[in-house]
Design a protein around this ligand. Structure first.
Ligand SMILES: Cc1ncc(COP(=O)(O)O)c(C=O)c1O
Length: 394
């Protein structure tokens, strides 16, 4: 990987150590240029006219996302964030009273709350897949759970917001397919970080965001829905983009995944997402994944040598999200201390509110989260470690 080029494309690294890539990564220059160009065009021409002028470019975003995850352009919907993309898929599923949804301890609250809502509204049942000795979904337990033919859906995040394991998503997919159960993946922290191939994984639906490891703009995300399934799912919300009026009392829903979109959209951000995916593909997802894992292991190793610090990540395969606790300081104190360094260091705090099942199981209320990307360096990690060693005792 050409790290110098990656950093040259990311000017803020001159004054900032950004370890909050799982929150929102720094956008590379081509993304910023694409978006700025379009906003300028809107200012000069008018918003609708600007969109019309670059309609081919906008259209190409779908194919670009498809290349990233090995899907077809008509299986992609561009939606304003991962949560809404996930919601559009989840709330379209014909779940009935007694249907069982299987999820992981690492589930994100933004997805878990909708399970609870449908538990209350429709009487679905939520079951948690137990973990194996590595802290990731136990495949043998899942196999047993799938013996119950009331299981209608397996739904979990590839990587949790608070780190933890990279779930065995391909093996889960094989079990889901064998059992004839729908499989919805939250790849919010996965896309841009690690190879995601929906054919290999075997998921039916996958939601993701733009601003995290993909390094795209905020307020953008996408949904993949397998072509064969798409026309059987009726979105909970429809508008005149997702559907068309045929007569004064009838409408048809479009056949492709864009039935999950709505009409109004931030075109500059959509083009920015396309540019971010192009940029990630040009770097190579596999080399970035190897570098991210290498940097994360380097940080974990350094953390173990600081008295009072406990790294908290589980999993046979770990990601670029590194979490830890400190015996004497809260995560907020650590975040503030690192942000106050001469060269600001961005880490964040991940709390029980986002990943309650996992944190309760591990008796944690919060963790510090340093999430690394390929443009980060060992030298930046060394700077953070030196700052942590100077952490004032409270
Ligand atoms: C695992 C996971 N899923 C979903 C989301 C929600 O993504 P968005 O904010 O784009 O809706 C997040 C955000 O942190 C996340 O970490």
């Amino acid at each position: 990987m050409n790290i110098e080029q990656l950093r040259a494309d990311t000017p803020a690294v001159a004054h900032l150590i950004h370890f909050n890539n799982a929150g929102a990564a720094l956008m590379p220059a081509p993304v910023i240029e694409t978006m700025t160009r379009h906003i300028q065009l809107e200012a000069n021409l008018g918003g609708y006219e600007a969109a019309g002028q670059c309609s081919a470019e906008v259209e190409s975003v779908y194919g670009t996302i498809g290349r990233l995850i090995n899907a077809q352009a008509d299986e992609i919907a561009v939606i304003e964030n991962a949560t809404r993309a996930w919601d559009m898929a989840f709330y379209s599923l014909p779940l009935r009273p007694g249907d069982v949804v299987l999820t992981s301890t690492t589930e994100y609250a933004g997805n878990y709350i909708p399970y609870l809502q449908l538990q209350q509204q429709r009487g679905i049942e939520i079951r948690i897949m137990p973990n194996d000795e590595h802290g990731q979904v136990s495949l043998s337990s899942l196999k047993d759970m799938l013996d119950d033919d009331r299981v209608a859906l397996i739904s979990l995040p590839v990587i949790a917001t608070n780190g933890g394991p990279v779930q065995p998503i391909e093996q889960i997919g094989a079990l889901a397919r064998a059992a004839g159960v729908l499989y919805l993946l939250d790849a919010c922290q996965g896309v841009g970080q690690m190879p995601i191939d929906v054919q290999k994984i075997g998921c039916h639906m996958l939601a993701a965001t733009s601003r995290k490891y993909l390094r795209g703009p905020r307020g953008m995300g996408f949904l993949y829905v397998e072509r064969g399934l798409c026309q059987n799912l009726e979105p909970a919300f429809l508008d005149l983009h997702a559907a068309s009026l045929q007569t004064a009392d009838s409408f048809t829903i479009r056949p492709d995944a864009r039935r999950f979109e709505n009409w109004e959209c931030n075109v500059a951000a959509k083009l920015g997402l396309g540019a971010a995916v192009e940029y990630a593909l040009a770097q190579g997802i596999e080399p970035m994944w190897l570098r991210i894992q290498h940097l994360a292991e380097y940080l974990r190793q350094q953390l173990t040598e600081i008295p009072g610090v406990t790294p908290r990540d589980l999993g046979a395969i770990k990601s670029g999200i590194v979490t830890f606790t400190h015996r004497d300081s809260s995560a907020v104190q650590i975040q503030q201390w690192l942000a106050a360094q001469g060269k600001r260091i961005n880490v964040t705090t991940s709390t029980c509110r986002s990943t309650m099942l996992d944190m309760q199981q591990r008796d944690l209320l919060e963790v510090s989260r340093a999430s690394l990307h390929a443009y980060n360096t060992e030298a930046e990690i060394d700077t953070m470690i030196a700052a942590l060693r100077q952490l004032p005792s409270v």
